[in-house]
Design a protein around this ligand. Structure first.
Ligand SMILES: NC(=O)c1ccc[n+]([C@@H]2O[C@H](COP(=O)([O-])OP(=O)(O)OC[C@H]3O[C@@H](n4cnc5c(N)ncnc54)[C@H](OP(=O)(O)O)[C@@H]3O)[C@@H](O)[C@H]2O)c1
Length: 251
């Protein structure tokens, strides 16, 4: 029985990933930040449809001082629920976006994007990898914006580029343990991103859809399928890669 930890599993891509892993009989510890109710609903759906155990834990990636307590919770649950001291897969998916023009940028905005999308996942991985099984796998969620230049996304895009580069470095450092580390770069995806920006402003979808060669934006399941496959043994000879999953956005 494999066990995966998926950060940001209460919504969007993380939710679809948790459900996809459950379908394969993989148990999931998913995390939420604001939406405990949604995370609990994902747990229920996994357990009902897949017959594997799942659980939801609170994690705020900006609060590095809380990681020690989170890790203790994970270890306690691994023991009590699965009688394990280790887990197998980590999906560093939790993140936030939202544009801010360089001319107006505040330090508060910069730090929030930095801590949630880059610093938090790095130090969380450092704490978790110590009790990850050898030959496990990690997938990081970066973004196609790392190769683009849409106004307002300079910090988000450049930190996703940094996260992508970090993926390569850490893939090398963890290779002696046969742990694979890869990334996916989603293009525009209809999740709850930007506090539900695509639901609040459906008019934003069409212009982005027109930038894709397939004429639509992504759904969370489009990205989750790739994450789930990258974790699997079918990709055992693949590490240090960042695969764009965007339906040919801006091709
Ligand atoms: N959607 C896109 O167009 C797109 C494109 C490229 C890359 N991405 C990346 O894909 C990943 C998933 O985003 P999504 O599109 O699925 O967005 P989403 O639907 O908003 O989901 C984001 C997840 O991250 C969690 N999260 C937010 N702030 C957090 C924090 N401080 N600490 C821990 N977890 C936190 C959220 O938890 P709560 O909901 O419980 O607060 C939620 O589960 C992100 O890394 C994002 O940068 C998205």
């Amino acid at each position: 029985m494999k066990i995966a930890i998926v950060t940001g599993g209460s919504n969007g891509i993380g939710k679809a990933t948790a459900l996809g892993l459950g379908k394969l009989g993989i148990s999931v510890i998913l995390t939420y930040n604001s939406y405990k109710d949604r995370a609990e609903a994902v747990v229920k759906e996994i357990e009902k449809n897949s017959g594997v155990r799942a659980l939801a834990l609170k994690l705020d990636l900006t609060q590095l001082s809380s990681f020690e307590g989170f890790v203790l919770e994970v270890k306690k649950n691994l023991k009590e629920v699965w009688n394990r001291t280790t887990f197998d897969y980590l999906v560093n998916n939790g993140g936030i976006g939202g544009p801010m023009m360089f001319s107006e940028m505040s330090e508060e905005y910069f730090d929030k994007i930095l801590n949630t999308n880059y610093k938090g996942p790095i130090f969380l991985t450092q704490q978790l990898v110590g009790f990850m099984e050898d030959a496990g796998a990690i997938v990081n969620t970066t973004s196609s914006s790392k190769n683009q230049s849409f106004p307002g996304y300079s910090v988000y895009g450049s930190l996703k580029a940094a996260f992508s580069t970090w993926t390569r470095y850490i893939a090398k450092e963890l290779a002696p343990r046969q742990i694979r580390v890869n990334a996916v770069s989603p293009g525009p995806t209809h999740s709850n991103f930007g506090d539900g920006v695509f639901d609040k402003h459906p008019e934003f979808i069409k212009p982005l859809a027109e930038q894709s060669v397939f004429g639509r934006i992504g759904q969370p399941e489009d990205i989750a399928k790739v994450i789930v496959n990258l974790l699997s043994d079918d990709f055992s000879w693949v590490t240090a890669q960042d695969i764009e999953v965007s339906g040919g956005h801006l091709l």
